[in-house]
Write a protein that binds this ligand. Structure first.
Ligand code: C2G
Length: 130
């Protein structure tokens, strides 16, 4: 049973996120998404449109996602990987290199980001179109 773990805010879930989740799941059998809490989003200077609970509910409806747990800080990854026995850590390649320090614990894979889509783009276009 190969376990995959990934992190993010996943606000206003879009096809770029789903592309990431689909490819991450395809690397193993079980996908854990560590979802940024509303408080951690503030630390990341991100204000999400949906609350943590709403973003969690939406992610749990995604066929590729097996478990959603909260991300409270930058430092919890090593502990999460050990606690959840993750074999593979996956992020989009905008993070390339940033999490190589985890490679003593598990395989670290960066997947190409889906071009031309982001939560901020959706917000701008939806808000501007009003
Ligand atoms: N992503 C992607 N293609 C896009 C947009 C996002 O592949 N067009 C990927 C990102 O690379 C990331 C995941 O989808 O792996 C979630 O993106 P965000 O919600 O923006 O996550 P981020 O704010 O980068 O949080 O501790 C790590 C942080 O929590 C990552």
């Amino acid at each position: 049973m190969k376990r995959v773990i990934t992190y993010g805010t996943f606000d206003i879930l879009h096809y770029g996120h789903v592309n990431l989740l689909r490819r991450a799941k395809a690397l193993g059998d079980y996908l854990i998404v560590v979802l940024s809490s509303d408080e951690f989003n503030k630390i990341k200077n991100k204000t999400s449109y949906y609350t943590y609970e709403q973003r969690k509910m939406i992610l749990e409806a995604c066929r590729y996602v097996d478990l959603v747990i909260p991300e409270y800080n930058w430092e919890q990854k090593r502990e999460d990987i050990q606690k959840y026995q993750a074999d593979i850590f996956v992020m989009g390649d905008d993070w390339k290199g940033k999490f190589d320090f985890l490679s003593d614990l598990c395989e670290v894979i960066y997947l190409p980001r889906t071009p031309d889509i982001s939560t901020s783009k959706v917000k701008e276009e939806v808000i501007c179109k009003k």
